[in-house]
Design a protein around this ligand. Structure first.
Ligand code: 5GP
Length: 336
């Protein structure tokens, strides 16, 4: 357990608002006026137990992060918490929100960038990047708006804004992945949630688009009728998959840890990385996710090191930064 905590880790799949801790939610509710009803709700928040409940919790978090100040505080706290768990490189993803009279999408993005650039973050030495999310539920016009903003901020701050994430409740709405081509043309990387619920056509479209990384790929089984073909297509693609064990088991899209897709993707030597998804909403840490794979799939300390080193290769950053990150992991293993 302490070993998993001590390893310098790479987090590639973390939604900002899903990562906000209960402690920060309390802090934000106290800042809000009137704080009464909201803090009552917070007392009732406990980590989600289904996909539907999980998505309901995001709404509660969103009601507390509805100003640039709140987004700034939430981002600073989330970064600090990842740092305390020995994450050396963090990719946060977040959906820009317009809140009438309180916050524009630009203010939202700038609040996150300001938190990444803040002295508090710089002091830790953690490297943080941002992916702008597109929520599939909100339709194409909204998607185009977020993509245009991602391009604008990538041109201004390519050091921080590095990609686009396609996410949102997989049971609602649909966005053509081809919309993201515009972002890719300017150099932004693409991470797409894929096969969280069965949807063969969407999975085929996503795999044909060849995103740089995929999220979850829960409903692509090697031995199930109908998805074997998708599984073969996935393996052939060699696209790295971000795996979030606690999130999938708590949302009940996977029946148990031992039945998680980690088992067959790892065995097939498909590129994968371990991530938290929403550490606040699902009550986890990256160390705990490492511990879960070690316990349920018998991974050794060397196997965990290999997972960290390969995650470095899937990060949306420069070769130079990747070398530095790999070096930090090697140094840790040499001295432990
Ligand atoms: P935010 O983008 O507001 O910072 O983070 C919360 C949002 O991330 C949710 O409203 C949802 O759109 C997206 N999200 C978080 N977890 C998941 C997940 O497991 N699957 C999908 N498809 N989207 C998610």
């Amino acid at each position: 357990k302490t070993f998993c905590k001590k390893i310098p880790k790479i987090e590639l799949h973390a939604h900002l608002n899903g990562s906000v801790s209960l402690q920060t939610l309390h802090k934000l509710s106290e800042l809000q006026s009137p704080a009464d009803a909201k803090s009552q709700i917070i007392h009732e928040i406990h980590p989600s137990e289904s996909l539907k409940e999980g998505f309901k919790l995001f709404e509660i978090v969103h009601s507390l992060t509805d100003t640039p100040e709140a987004i700034f505080i939430a981002t600073c706290d989330v970064i600090q918490e990842f740092y305390n768990d020995n994450i050396i490189y963090l990719e946060l993803r977040s959906t820009p929100r317009h809140v009438e009279g309180k916050m524009t999408k630009k203010e939202y993005i700038e609040a996150i960038i300001n938190a990444i650039k803040s002295p508090e973050t710089k002091r830790t030495g953690i490297t943080v990047k941002l992916l702008i999310s597109v929520d599939r539920k909100r339709g194409e016009k909204n998607a185009e708006e977020n993509i245009a903003l991602a391009i604008e901020y990538y041109e201004k701050y390519s050091e921080y804004v590095v990609g686009i994430d396609l996410s949102g409740d997989p049971t609602q709405g649909e966005i053509s992945i081809n919309l993201l081509q515009r972002a890719r043309n300017v150099g932004l990387k693409i991470a797409a949630h894929c096969a969280e619920v069965p949807n063969e056509k969407e999975v085929v479209d996503i795999l044909n688009f060849k995103p740089d990384r995929l999220g979850h790929c829960t409903c692509i089984h090697p031995n199930l009728n109908g998805t074997k073909q998708l599984y073969d297509m996935l393996l052939k693609s060699r696209i790295p998959v971000e795996l979030c064990l606690t999130s999938n088991v708590k949302c009940k899209t996977v029946p148990s840890f031992s039945e998680h897709q980690f088992a067959y993707l790892y065995e097939a030597k498909h590129p994968i990385c371990i991530a938290t998804d929403d550490k606040g909403v699902f009550g986890t840490t990256l160390s705990e996710e490492f511990e879960l794979v070690a316990i349920h799939f018998g991974l050794t300390q060397q196997n965990l090191k290999d997972l960290c080193l390969s995650a470095v290769q899937y990060a949306f950053t420069t070769e130079e930064e990747k070398s530095q990150l790999s070096l930090k992991i090697e140094l840790f293993y040499n001295s432990n």
